[in-house]
Design a protein around this ligand. Structure first.
Ligand code: SAM
Length: 308
């Protein structure tokens, strides 16, 4: 059930931690990255952890009780500015986002994320709010389901699978991960030898139910607003849709303003708020040998400029 932090050394190096700085871990999880950050802070340093999952927050609360430099807030990271406001922090020296789900979330059948372990079809990172996957599957029409499977899972058999889901739920409600996994697998005309046939559909529904891509978009924007000059942003993503979004957002924020190239820019023109740092980083063979989950991880880094 434990979670091995991914790209730990690389993420810490990326943050260029100052002992007395203030840092924000937007995805506390089980605190692997947070504990490593705390180990580099001196007694004046500060770390804020965020997570939308109450079980992660419970672990964070235990840590906060033993380490006064640390605070945990139960919130989605798109709302990170209000979390910082609540702690009277205007800017931070570094922000980490280790996106997606944690191993405990995936491993615990009752959370309903896994097609490999049978459990209630939930998939919410925060089970205290929003609509569960079962409720959405019960009410969405075939077009909406197909759209989600295509947009968030790049599932080429999206229409066929959506039809199968709608037909199956007319016979009995789809309330478990095993039911959904079987319906999706049976509807696949061609199976990919290297992937479970329900992989893409489960990914798509999870991303949709948790609004993950819009969270990343809003979270990155908020992080840039709250980074101090010279502060680092380190983002680890786990699949191509997420990484594409991160890459584009960082690139756009690090580009000079688009204007007529023949005209000089006025002094008041917006300057880029970020500077990209190095290239995308992936896990090396040593890490992969102990943590296969790091296989798809990509770390991207940027630094806050002086631009207002
Ligand atoms: C990959 S895990 C992070 C693991 C962590 N770095 C560690 O070492 O234990 C991602 C965590 O981020 C949380 N999370 C994902 N999206 C979130 C969001 N938009 N807002 C807040 N927390 C989020 C998940 O609930 C999960 O606990």
């Amino acid at each position: 059930m434990s979670h091995i932090p991914v790209l730990l050394h690389e993420a810490l190096t990326a943050l260029c931690i100052q002992g007395d700085g203030t840092y924000l871990d937007c995805t506390f999880g089980r605190g692997g990255h947070s504990r490593a950050i705390l180990a580099e802070l001196d007694e004046n340093g500060r770390l804020i952890g965020l997570d939308r999952d109450p079980s992660a927050v419970a672990v964070g609360k235990d840590l906060a009780e033993t380490d006064s430099r640390f605070d945990i807030v139960h919130i989605a990271f798109s709302e990170l500015e209000s979390a910082l406001d609540g702690l009277s922090i205007s800017h931070v020296n570094g922000v980490l986002m280790d996106l997606g789900v944690s191993s405990p979330q995936l491993d615990e059948a009752a959370r309903g994320f896994s097609f490999q372990a049978d459990g209630p079809l939930d998939m919410r990172m925060d089970p205290t709010s929003g609509e569960s996957a079962a409720d959405w599957i019960a009410r969405a029409d075939a077009d909406e389901i197909a759209h989600v499977l295509w947009v968030f899972g790049e599932e080429r058999f999206s229409r066929r699978i959506a039809r199968a889901i709608v037909e199956a739920r007319d016979i009995e409600p789809i309330v478990t991960t095993a039911q959904l996994s079987k319906i999706v697998s049976d509807a696949q005309p061609k199976k990919d030898q290297n992937k479970h046939p329900a992989t893409r559909a489960f990914q798509a529904i999870r991303l949709y139910i948790n609004g993950e891509l819009s969270e990343v978009e809003k979270g990155l924007e908020a992080a840039v607003n709250r980074l101090a000059v010279g502060g680092r942003l380190a983002v680890i993503s786990f699949h191509s849709l997420e990484d594409r979004l991160v890459k584009r957002a960082l690139r756009d924020a690090s580009r000079p303003p688009q204007g007529d190239p023949r005209m000089p820019l006025p002094d008041t023109a917006a300057k880029p708020k970020l500077k990209l740092v190095g290239k995308a980083i992936k896990a090396g063979p040593d890490e992969l040998s102990v943590n296969p989950r790091a296989r798809s991880a990509v770390l991207r880094i940027a630094e806050r400029t002086e631009a207002a």
